[in-house]
Design a protein around this ligand. Structure first.
Ligand code: SF4
Length: 121
C-alpha cells in the first residue's frame, strides 16, 4: 500500500510517497527533498500527531479567554477529545504565560499551557 503525503515541515511542501507493507511498517519513502521530510512522512503514517493551539475560558480575568497550546504534538486520534476537554475547562485569573491550564490532557501525558497572560479584573 502507498500513501501520498504533503510534507508541512517547511514551505516547500514536497509531495512524499510512503510505501507500507501488510504489517503497517514503512518500506520506502520517496519524493522528500530532505531528511526532515522522511521523518515527517514516517511519523505521519505510523504515529500521526498535531500541535494544538486554541483558547481556554478564564474566570475573573480582564479577558474571557486566554490563548494556549499543547506542550508537545498530540496524537491525531485524540485531538477531538482534547478540544472537547479544553472547551469544558475553566481557569481562574490571574493566568501567567507558561501556566499549565490542563494537566495530562486526556491521559496523553501532555499539558495545555498558556501562551499569554490574563490578569485578574
Ligand atoms: S521534505 Fe524537506 S524540503 Fe520538502 S517540505 Fe519537507 S522539510 Fe521541506
Amino acid at each position: 500500500m502507498t500513501r501520498n503525503i504533503t510534507c508541512v515541515t517547511c514551505p516547500m511542501g514536497c509531495s512524499i510517497t510512503v510505501e507500507i507493507n501488510d504489517a503497517g511498517e514503512v518500506v520506502s519513502v520517496s519524493g522528500n527533498t530532505c531528511k526532515r521530510g522522511e521523518t515527517y512522512a514516517k511519523n505521519e503514517v505510523t504515529h500521526p500527531a498535531r500541535s494544538l493551539a486554541t483558547t481556554v475560558r478564564v474566570n475573573g480575568g480582564i479577558y474571557n479567554v486566554v490563548p494556549c497550546k499543547s506542550s508537545e504534538d498530540l496524537p491525531k486520534e485524540k485531538i477531538f477529545d482534547c478540544m472537547k476537554a479544553i472547551n469544558e475547562a475553566r481557569v481562574d485569573a490571574p493566568v501567567k504565560l507558561g501556566d499549565v491550564l490542563v494537566e495530562n490532557i486526556c491521559g496523553t501525558g501532555i499539558n495545555i499551557v498558556a501562551t499569554n497572560h490574563c490578569p485578574a479584573k
